[in-house]
Design a protein around this ligand. Structure first.
Ligand SMILES: [Zn+2]
Ligand SMILES: [Zn+2]
Length: 177
């Protein structure tokens, strides 16, 4: 939690940290990652005494911080990504460098014969690709009319960053379900 906050207040960046429940315990808020935010004593006191920034703003701050630290927002992962992360978490570190999805990552050739990632794949694994948790490992190649080779089938390769992230999720017990 502190590590993810960069050891700073999520609002003002001051290097003193307290943990605040966005939905208060008294309101049934849970002590789990999604509901916690790291604040300095000043901001923490202000949030409690004045209610500013409010809960939607606090969640915005938290989201901004997650994006800043280059982490996908778990609740925004697609079903395919959740499945992928869950499977990764069960594998040993050595065996998870290469990972073929069930039906592979497909490329489609556009009108000029240039392979583009199939739209479905981009949608399904968009967050993980965007945050650099996985990369595309190009597999089977075809030759177009000008003699250039293009990959038309490939697999997802987990990056070092992706591995660290999954290990962190396992350790923190917050794998997507
Ligand atoms: Zn602060
Ligand atoms: Zn608090």
């Amino acid at each position: 939690m502190f590590e993810l906050a960069g050891h700073k207040c999520t609002i003002c960046g001051a290097p003193w940290m307290e943990v605040h429940h966005i939905d208060e315990l008294s309101e049934g808020g849970l002590t789990e990652y999604e509901n916690l935010i790291v604040l300095c004593p000043n901001c923490h006191t202000r949030v409690h005494s004045t209610g500013v920034p409010g809960k939607p703003e606090l969640r915005q701050y938290k989201l901004k911080q997650e994006l800043l630290y280059g982490l996908p927002v778990l609740s925004r992962l697609t079903k395919a990504e959740r499945t992928f992360v869950a499977l990764l978490a069960k594998q040993s570190p050595e065996s998870q460098l290469l990972f073929s999805t069930k039906d592979g990552i497909r490329y489609e050739l556009d009108s000029t014969g240039t392979p583009v990632l199939a739209q479905a794949i981009v949608d399904e694994y968009g967050s993980l690709l965007e945050f650099g948790m996985v990369s595309i490992n190009r597999g089977i190649c075809v030759q177009d009319s000008t003699g250039n080779l293009h990959a038309v089938d490939a697999s997802l390769q987990v990056t070092d960053k992706g591995l660290r992230w999954v290990r962190y999720l396992v350790k923190a017990g917050k794998l997507p379900d």
